[in-house]
Write a protein that binds this ligand. Structure first.
Ligand SMILES: [Zn+2]
Length: 283
């Protein structure tokens, strides 16, 4: 069914329009939009990795919420801006303008329904800028709209415990952490017999890149023919389950924090200095 990893009772599109119209406390209800991609992830992982991770982690997070916290997920965006991978079959990419417009219009639709809290959880490292631009555009249009663009992996989780220093610094795509969590979320799609390790070269300037990650623009084929950027070989299903549990726990807390949060409000005519950061308070 369409809800995938999301508990069906928290999948917004399973509700009728009248049920959505009658929902209580829509101003604080958290609407979760997982944003993924469809792009090559090496010879051992499916092209849907980023969508599976964003939707899978948020589904597990929503399943952990107390019933008293109102939150619903939209169907994930399954196509993203993946042009750094377009030299490999399986990659389906939108350009940045199209994705920006897509996310903005989905956000407008959520606002039009009466919701005022939108959490965009992006699973693809090639498009956080687009999510941030869409979120800012929505905020400019609506001073009572709380829009939070975030990255699936950028909340407390245990992935680092399993990774080497080199992997933490240089892995960017289809490496240890993504492979492990796929073993937990969609084991039948992982083909470890084809897994290979492949790292980018250390960046030749400590000033321009302190951790050695590539600072110049790149595409995946710049680093080799496999499409992998990292080392998937040490990944295990047990690690993947631990990583998934820790991400889901953090995101469940994050959704509850967003539900309870009172972010700054401004009306459409308010410009300049009538509000400031000190106005933020939690209940
Ligand atoms: Zn990925």
């Amino acid at each position: 069914m369409l809800h995938g990893y999301c508990p069906p009772e928290r999948f917004l599109s399973y509700l009728t329009w009248t049920q959505i119209a009658d929902l209580p406390d829509k101003a604080n209800t958290v609407i979760v939009l997982p944003a993924g991609s469809t792009e090559q992830h090496g010879p051992h992982l499916p092209c849907a990795v980023d969508t599976i991770i964003a939707a899978g982690v948020m589904g597990h997070a929503l399943a952990r919420l107390p019933a008293s916290v109102p939150a619903y997920a939209l169907a994930p965006i399954t196509y993203g801006k993946s042009d750094e991978h377009l030299h490999f079959p399986g990659t389906v990419t939108l350009d940045g303008t199209t994705l920006l417009e897509t996310v903005t219009q989905i956000g407008e639709s959520v606002y039009r329904m009466g919701f005022r809290k939108l959490l965009i959880v992006n699973g693809h490292g090639g498009q956080p800028q687009v999510m941030e631009m869409a979120a800012r555009e929505l905020r400019l249009r609506h001073g009572d709209y709380v829009v939070l663009p975030h990255f699936t992996w950028r909340v407390p989780n245990v992935a680092g415990q399993f990774m080497t220093d080199r992997e933490k610094r240089l892995s960017m795509h289809a490496g240890h952490a993504e492979t492990a969590i796929l073993m937990a979320l969609a084991p039948h799609t992982v083909h470890m017999e084809h897994a290979v390790a492949n790292y980018p070269p250390e960046f030749p300037s400590k000033v321009l890149s302190g951790d050695g990650r590539p600072a110049c623009a790149w595409t995946a084929r710049d680093f080799g023919t496999s499409g992998v950027i990292g080392d998937p070989l040490p990944a295990t299903p047990e690690q993947g389950q631990a990583i998934l549990d820790s991400l889901a726990q953090s995101w469940a807390q994050g959704i509850q924090d967003l539900f309870a949060m009172h972010w700054i409000e401004r009306d459409a005519q308010t410009w300049g200095r009538s509000h400031h950061i000190g106005d933020i308070a939690s209940t």
